[in-house]
Design a protein around this ligand. Structure first.
Ligand code: BEZ
Length: 198
């Protein structure tokens, strides 16, 4: 269930001598940056798609009822929109700890809205990690998210926060918005059931 990735991430020394590094956020980092940063800018990466394919038993679920959070899947020609943060390398200690359940640092090109590009970092959870859940129909993902809550809060709030943040950026993500739609339908069905029961 758990791969502790802290040691593997520490051995990724690629940017250690840099004063600052761009980190691309595509999940909760878009709407919740709990670390100091020098600057942040809307950005995107190419060749990746955001998917709710990573299990979460430490943040948005439990071992008994894991939630689902996003990771990045290789997808030639796709673009994934998010938010880039310019941070000092010390911030990686915090992120390595926070994301220790399967996420690994990876160097990649980050593209900004003015057309400029820089090499920076993403955290990804690949299918080799023990918490990886993989694909499922969006309606099933929504059902799993609706029933999950962990130390960082309700899994539904994570999904809804991400959907709101993407809309604020003016970005589409059919996978995220379809799960949001199913989650809203589930909420409406439950409200109807509660009404019938009273
Ligand atoms: C992100 O929001 O970009 C993120 C997702 C998973 C792990 C670390 C960061």
């Amino acid at each position: 269930m758990s791969d502790n990735t802290i040691a593997r991430n520490k051995s990724m020394t690629r940017f250690d001598q840099h004063d600052s590094v761009w980190l691309f956020g595509y999940g909760s980092l878009i709407f919740k940056a709990d670390f100091p940063f020098i600057e942040r800018r809307p950005a995107h990466i190419v060749g990746w798609s955001r998917r709710f394919w990573q299990g979460s038993h430490d943040h948005r679920g439990t071992v008994q009822a894991p939630g689902r959070v996003v990771t990045l899947i290789r997808d030639e020609g796709a673009t994934c929109a998010g938010m880039a943060y310019l941070i000092t390398p010390e911030v990686f200690d915090h992120l390595d700890y926070r994301e220790k359940n399967g996420y690994l640092r990876l160097a990649t090109d980050i593209l900004f809205e003015d057309g400029s590009c820089t090499e920076g970092l993403i955290y990804i959870a690949t299918e080799e990690n023990a918490a990886f859940l993989g694909p499922a129909p969006e309606c099933d993902i929504a059902r799993q998210i609706a029933g999950a809550e962990g130390p960082s809060g309700r899994n539904a709030d994570y999904l809804l926060g991400l959907a709101v943040a993407l809309r604020e950026l003016g970005k589409d993500d059919p996978h995220v918005f379809e799960i949001e739609r199913h989650l809203q339908l589930l909420g409406e069905m439950n409200a109807e059931k509660d009404k019938d029961a009273t």
